[in-house]
Design a protein around this ligand. Structure first.
Ligand SMILES: CC(C)(COP(=O)(O)OP(=O)(O)OC[C@H]1O[C@@H](n2cnc3c(N)ncnc32)[C@H](O)[C@@H]1OP(=O)(O)O)[C@@H](O)C(=O)NCCC(=O)NCCS
Length: 367
């Protein structure tokens, strides 16, 4: 019997990390400077000034929608939510899945692709509705019909809670949705582009991307960040708790990034949004505690890995902001998908313009 060939060297030793697989006009991640530019705008500006509807216009049409088009986008998304809600009775047991991303993957497969530009609006509306319906079911109530007069963020919160959300919560969720809409050639975006490159339809590309985002190495850290803050409990316990984890060679959730060598700019943008939420009068001590834990973790990781900067990533303050917005932690990944779907759709369109099959090679090491 021959020894099993070693394929573990593949990802980094062969130089696949950082390999350019597409030219894109959608977003750029500068890991050294800690900058994320989306269609020419710094991510922190989008989070501070835009709504999710604006960002959809930016991603899909390349510019912020003017006032009239803004209303049109809001109405189109509202219509898409209503059409998606009409699919809910026919989703079978999709929304009964114990995992929100599994529910989303199964439910999204029910959207019918038409092949024209309405598909992206349809899918963006649908993921918001299905994510909210799943969260609502977890909370013990039947899926709540969307309201056409609300913004996407406000309606998602209302469908989750079966009650209107405060303006501060809506602003918090909207800030999050604007922040994570796109991030270079991440795993789920690449997945969507590979599917699109075969000539397949947008629904297939988005379902595949949901599958990629479901993995804990991609979209799954903010829930564990809250678990960590809960486990630490008090300021005094932060340092010994973190030391214990690092000594046991476990990873500190929400810290470190494959690309960023400085603090993830999205962490700063979301921290600011969480701080604004607190200033609106709805203060909790979560943010103060999170900042303290971040400082301690950064210091300890710098001592342990002096050559490898490990700073807060997007997930750290996603946890704080989404909790403030009233999103249950089991729904953090579905909320990620509710935003990123707009980015996936833009990438699929861009990939279609390239019109070439993505077909990388592998190196044979077998017998
Ligand atoms: C995001 C992440 C997967 C990037 O990993 P990566 O680029 O593959 O990093 P590496 O595996 O090269 O890590 C280099 C070293 O830093 C350590 N390290 C990296 N992130 C760490 C963390 N969050 N906590 C503790 N140690 C960490 C690794 O253990 C490794 O140490 P070693 O060389 O002694 O084995 C990683 O930082 C991580 O697991 N973070 C926590 C999970 C998380 O927040 N994910 C969301 C990302 S947006």
């Amino acid at each position: 019997m021959k020894a099993t060939p070693d394929v573990s060297e593949t990802p980094t030793a062969s130089g696949l990390d950082g390999l350019v697989v597409a030219h894109t006009a959608l977003s750029d991640v500068d890991g050294e400077q800690g900058r994320l530019v989306i269609r020419g705008y710094a991510v922190e500006d989008l989070v501070a000034r835009a709504t999710f509807e604006d960002v959809c216009g930016l991603m899909w049409d390349g510019a912020f929608p003017p006032a009239e088009a803004r209303e049109k986008m809001r109405a189109a998304l509202a219509r898409a939510r209503e059409q998606a809600f009409a699919l809910v009775p026919g989703l079978g047991d999709a929304l009964d899945a114990a995992d929100g991303m599994e529910a989303l993957r199964a439910a999204t497969g029910h959207v019918r692709a038409t092949g024209d530009a309405t598909d992206r609006v349809q899918l963006t509306g649908a993921i918001g509705v299905f994510a909210a319906a799943w969260a609502g079911k977890q909370a013990g109530h039947a899926p709540v019909a969307p309201s056409p007069s609300l913004s996407h963020a406000a309606d998602i919160l209302r469908m989750i809670d079966d009650a209107a959300a405060s303006p501060a919560r809506v602003k918090a969720l909207d800030a999050y949705l604007c922040c994570v809409v796109d991030h270079g050639m991440n795993a789920s975006t690449f997945t969507a582009r590979v599917v699109a490159s075969t000539g397949s339809d947008l629904v297939s590309a988005v379902v595949a991307a949901i599958g990629a985002l479901k993995g804990p190495l991609h979209g799954g850290a903010p829930g564990p960040v809250l678990d960590m803050l809960d486990a630490i409990g008090t300021r005094e316990r932060a340092r010994p708790w973190l030391e214990g984890e690092i000594n046991a060679r476990r990873r500190i959730m929400g810290m470190g990034h494959r690309i960023y060598r400085v603090r993830d700019p999205r962490a700063a943008a979301l921290e600011r949004a969480a701080s604004e939420f607190e200033q609106s009068g709805a203060a909790t001590d979560r943010l103060t505690m999170a900042r303290h834990v971040e400082r301690e973790a950064e210091q300890l990781l710098a001592e342990r890995h002096p050559d490898r900067p490990l700073k807060a990533n997007v997930e750290f303050y996603t946890a704080v902001l989404l909790e403030a917005a009233g999103i249950p932690r089991t729904s953090f990944s579905p909320m990620f998908a509710a935003s990123r779907v707009a980015g996936w759709c833009a990438h699929v369109e861009e990939q279609r313009q390239v019109g070439r099959l993505i077909r990388p090679a592998s190196k044979y090491v077998g017998p």
